[in-house]
Design a binder for this molecule. Structure first.
Ligand code: IMP
Ligand code: MG
Length: 181
């Protein structure tokens, strides 16, 4: 792998945790008294999901799903594959998909349609980051941590070719590295 240069810190751990706390309170309020399944998307959503979980006061069920439209490059292939599908019963429960980042929106649009077939009461999305400027699919996220500009972001679960997920903040790859891919 070519050497990569990481840019400035876009969001610190403290900023992300604070935002997760605010969103967790909204989720608690919105789903009060309802059966809720948090469905984390593997693998990038894990740190954000943990933050949301630890600040939620209501009880919920937890599971994971893995869908991918990415190879090792930094732009969407447009072809979505489900790589891991949980066997949890979604019938009559509310599903909240917890995602790391929505870019083109292809992955989530596909996933939302698939999940809707399983008879849930509702399916919504809580994403840590949203790149609205890159949206091509007709998809809207219900809870958004932060809007981010058109950069290839890494850290706090987000990877570049499976690396850099462990950075304790969100940064981005410098332009020359992205172009060299
Ligand atoms: P979409 O289908 O184009 O919305 O792509 C969504 C998925 O692509 C996300 O869940 C991420 O896994 C990955 N992705 C999109 N943009 C970035 C980025 O800037 N950094 C790291 N992964 C990204
Ligand atoms: Mg993802």
């Amino acid at each position: 792998m070519a050497k990569t240069t990481i840019g400035k810190v876009l969001f610190t751990r403290e900023q992300i945790e604070q935002r997760a706390k605010e969103i967790a309170a909204e989720i608690d309020k919105d789903y009060e008294g309802e059966d809720l399944i948090l469905l984390g998307t593997l693998k990038g959503s894990v740190p954000w999901l943990v933050d949301i979980m630890k600040y939620m006061k209501n009880d919920f069920k937890l599971d994971f799903i893995s869908a991918s439209s990415y190879g090792s490059s930094t732009s969407s292939s447009g072809v979505v594959k489900i790589k891991f599908d949980p066997d949890i019963n979604m019938y009559n429960s509310h599903i909240l998909v917890v995602e790391d980042i929505v870019d083109s929106g292809n992955t989530l649009k596909y996933l939302m349609n698939k999940l809707a077939d399983r008879g849930p009461k509702s399916v919504k999305v809580c994403t840590m980051l949203n790149k609205e400027s890159r949206r091509t699919a007709d998809f809207h996220a219900d809870y958004v941590g932060f809007e981010v500009e058109d950069l290839f972001v890494v850290g706090y679960g987000l990877d570049y070719d499976q690396r850099l997920r462990g950075l304790p903040y969100i940064s981005y790859l410098e332009e020359e590295d992205v172009e060299a891919l």
